[in-house]
Unconditional design. Sequence first.
Lengths: 278, 295
Amino acid sequence: MSGVPFSLMRVLLIARNTLLEASRQKLLSFLLVLALGLVGGAQSFREFNFGASELKFLADLGYGAMAFFGAALTIAATAQLFFSEIDHRTALTLLAKPVWRAEFMLGKYLGVVAVTAVFCALITGLLVAVLWSRESTLLRDIPDSFAQGRTLRIVDLGLAGYLQWLKLTVLAAFTLLVASFSRTQLFTVVTGFFVLVICHLQYLARDAYAQGGSTFAQVAAGLVGLMFPNFQLFNFADNVGAGIPVAWDRVARVSVYALGYVAAGCGLAIFSFRKREI
Amino acid sequence: MSTVSLDVPAIELRGLVKDFSVGLRGVKLRAVDDLSLRVPAGQVFGLLGPNGSGKSTTIKIILGLLEPTAGGCRVFGVPSAQVEARVDVGYLPESPYFYRHLSGRELVRFYARMCGLAGAKLAPRVAEVIDWVGLTEAADRLVGTYSKGMLQRIGLAQALVHDPRLVILDEPTSGVDPVGAAAISELILQLKAQGKTVLITSHLLTQIEDICDRVAILDRGRLILEGAVCDLVGGAERQALIVEKLSPAELQELRGWLGLRGRTLEAVAAPRARLDQIFLERVGRGEAKNPEGGV
């Protein structure tokens, strides 16, 4: 057993440095600005009538932008910030210090999670402002449609943003797992997007498993359903847009569910990176 | 800090073998082949060899960055695979590349904290090593704006900030001008005077000869020569006398004088000043601490 204990301080130092590095990257800033621009400009789309209420449309658009750009940001940031350390050999200098590889991986992971947290917080904040402003206008212009007062609750809007962020933390853990054994950044990004698609369609595998079929298909569907998290569980935007309150117990269950997959993803990433030749 | 006895060698390699798998078929490429070596504590040790001879692979194994295929490696008696083995080690990689978004001071501070330095000791120690490598004036500039020589210097600062007993320098003079190379030599000799062990790889053999106590030469992963520099380059049984130019008659007279004493004049040559010496005299070693140039 080594005499150097695992240090949370070192993990946080690496995470802070990763966040700082990410803040200087043009691609990540571009994605953030694009998402903020889309959400901020959402009111200009209200002339279109998609058959849904206007507030629900705005909420769907906002959370949709958060999900899409957030996923792109998470995969790109995880791959880029990991491979910049490997390709530029800064990992060489860092791991030549009394630093555990697990500390390095967790630090990188927490750095990316912090990036996604900033992203989701900014988008959620802007979305709340846009929705609140529009609802205030509608309340004034067509009070008959809001006989029971405001339909949107800030807490629910925040919770929906939190769950979107939680989904991104799971995606970051899986992308880091791919990066831990991948030789190229491109492979990591492409595989990360495959993981994203599989996780969004995972419920189909669960349905197939439940409906039966050949033994092989059942086993395959069961494995996919177990290995990959169901990202549909994190989607509360429909409820929030329609003014349906978010149940706290459901939020708690999804949080535990996400934590389990994050722990599995990070654990496997650390195990895979343990013997990697740098 | 480690509490290992001073009698323990700084580095001990025993039958070290490292194979790499190459290509899809996994063909084995042997980078280090049965290498056994002891680097005594307190010495400056040169690890020499042509490109691809296994020097950098050996260093990575010493630092625990690579796992040997066979054999063992200990640093101050601790197996190099353990994190504890790196507590007393400072490392400057070849062609160092550091976080460009940090200033020089932030970078050294970051590595210092990674090594456990904290509290009231942190800032003075960071300032001390930055001053020691001559980067005080440029310490608050972003590393991304540093020249090659300045990167080497900030690399030295991060390697030394936690006051390690063993300093590993992989090609520290690569791409550095002669003034910078001379400054690095001086820094290494200062480290030796402080009782530190230095393991250095370099293609500048003149520099190695000037500063190293012992050297080992690798070729294709194998140790082909190892020993004290003074023993390897010889000179104990021979002398060179430098005098003003002698006429042919005087030279003949000198031969006769030596012959009477059973000696022979083996060679007569006009000594030439070394170009690097002329360069250093003209450019001036005092400029070695100029933040923009050298090292």
